[in-house]
Design a binder for this molecule. Structure first.
Ligand SMILES: Nc1ncnc2c1ncn2[C@@H]1O[C@H](COP(=O)(O)OP(=O)(O)O)[C@@H](O)[C@H]1O
Ligand SMILES: [Mg+2]
Length: 455
């Protein structure tokens, strides 16, 4: 019998089995067995490692090189990476099919190929398709190398002198070490590990494209994130032209940073004026919308929150938030009911954040309350008023970070009034001559200030 070269290992508990099993016999979890190559104990590699154990040394003796960063030619992309591409790093770009991942990386590869050696490994499309795209986008990429290959075992010989390499996509490549098909969890993990070894040993930067599966995770159960230095998601509605690039993991920068792009016929271009994306035309005319200056990393953007409340036709009222957490919305509705007397219990509540951006910070709480109160009273909020602050369970408005930046953004955007947490007032006193700053201690104070019949 030939010697078996692979085994199936449970991703939860590490139990190994020579055959695939639906249920791990050790921990009892279902569907966790993935194929892996067997690393033989007496391999010369392992022997070498044992003798080359590194020695502990005082931190003062550790020398390091500053990360060398290269600009990608797309400023928004550089920002999300934390100031440029770090040499020798592994960057995973995830997103739905058709969102523009290949387009963005072709553009970046073309820019880098002006004075660096760049290899674009296209496992999904033929070389002529990639060239066609580059020509359609009007890119100058005379020096870019193209490789149409799905097996990555021979990739290393093609990498001589290459500084940047794009893998399009990780689900389409495979390694001969495993017998499972390309795109399976084992294949994706093994290919990524191989690319990491190449990246770290040869100082080559890899951009790896990964498709988001139906469940929304990259390559199934997030199997890649721990291997990567940086994990970026490219998001947006296919029907809309704008896209948002966000970092979910970054070893070299802030993960809160987002980049805003527009998909045009000339490719993907960075957007510098966000007001058209995150603020609606009819703002201030219809009830139910409020604007909040939201911090995304180092940047502050005014974002509109729209709500609709309508009498519930079933016994159980619906809460449908898009862009904020479901539980956060439920909590804020409870605060409005209990502390401000808004009986939202018999209403369905729908909420969307304009532009498809996700607001995770608590500083948008007060704006959610303002939008809900506006929809409930049927009174629009002034077009040039902005609101921010964290709301506590007692109905008090707590101080938030970055208050100065938020007020400065409102001033820049020509807003006339901003409601800020009373405890933040000191830090923004200097803007008092440019904008009317209203301190808010309780949610009730906000309602009294913004609405006529508010209680
Ligand atoms: N010939 C074309 N003319 C204009 N836009 C195109 C053309 N071909 C593709 N696109 C646009 O590019 C998008 C696909 O981008 P792509 O980078 O291939 O996506 P991904 O790699 O994320 O699957 C499509 O959604 C479409 O809007
Ligand atoms: Mg593609």
């Amino acid at each position: 019998m030939p010697k078996q070269s692979t085994q199936f290992v449970c991703s939860e508990c590490g139990a190994a089995s020579p055959r695939w099993l639906g249920r791990c016999p050790s921990c009892g979890k279902f569907n966790t067995m993935a194929e892996e190559p067997i690393k033989s104990a007496e391999s010369p590699k392992t022997g070498l490692k044992k003798s080359a154990v590194s020695r502990a040394k005082p931190i003062s003796e550790v020398t390091f090189e500053r990360f060398s960063r290269t600009s990608s030619g797309v400023s928004e992309f550089d920002n999300v990476l934390g100031g440029g591409i770090v040499t020798g790093s592994l960057v995973l770009l995830g997103g739905d099919p058709g969102i523009g991942k290949s387009t963005l990386l072709t553009q970046i590869a073309a820019h880098l190929s002006e004075n660096r050696k760049v290899l674009y490994v296209s496992a999904e499309e033929s070389c002529s398709q990639v060239k066609l795209r580059a020509e359609r986008l009007g890119l100058k990429c005379g020096n870019m190398l193209l490789l149409n290959e799905t097996c990555i075992d021979g990739l290393e010989s093609e990498l001589d002198g290459v500084e940047f390499c794009v893998i399009d996509s990780i689900q389409a490549v495979y390694t001969d070490d495993l017998s499972s098909s390309a795109g399976s969890v084992g294949q994706v993990r093994e290919c990524a590990a191989k690319l990491m070894r190449i990246a770290k040993s040869r100082g080559i930067t890899f951009f790896i494209i990964g498709h988001v599966t139906k469940e929304g995770a990259l390559a199934g159960p997030k199997v890649l994130e721990h291997i990567m230095d940086t994990v970026l998601y490219f998001e947006g509605e296919n029907q809309e032209n704008f896209r948002i690039l966000r970092a979910v993991k970054n070893r070299f920068g802030n993960v809160a940073e987002v980049g805003v792009f527009e998909m045009t016929e000339h490719g993907i271009v960075a957007v510098t004026d966000y007001s058209g994306i995150f603020l609606s035309e009819s703002r201030g005319e219809e009830a139910g919308s409020a604007v909040t200056p939201a911090l995304t990393g180092a940047r502050c953007m005014n974002v509109e929150i729209q709500t609709l409340v309508s009498k519930t036709s079933f016994g159980l009222p619906r809460r449908m938030p898009l862009g904020i957490d479901y539980n956060r919305l439920a909590l804020l509705i409870a605060v409005l009911e209990k502390r401000c007397g808004l009986s939202l219990g018999s209403y369905d509540v729908y909420l969307t954040v304009m532009g498809g951006i996700k607001l995770n910070e608590p500083a948008c709480d007060l704006a959610v309350c303002a939008a809900l109160a506006s929809a409930y009273f049927g009174q629009p909020i002034d077009k040039f008023a902005a609101v921010f602050g964290e709301v506590g369970l007692t109905g008090e408005v707590r101080a938030v970070s970055g208050c100065e930046k938020r007020v400065a953004e409102c001033v820049k955007m020509g807003f006339k009034k901003v409601l800020v947490p009373a405890k933040n007032m000191k830090s923004v006193a200097k803007y008092a001559d440019k904008i009317s700053i209203v301190p808010v201690l309780y949610v009730n104070t906000m309602i009294k200030n913004l609405f006529k019949s508010g209680d």
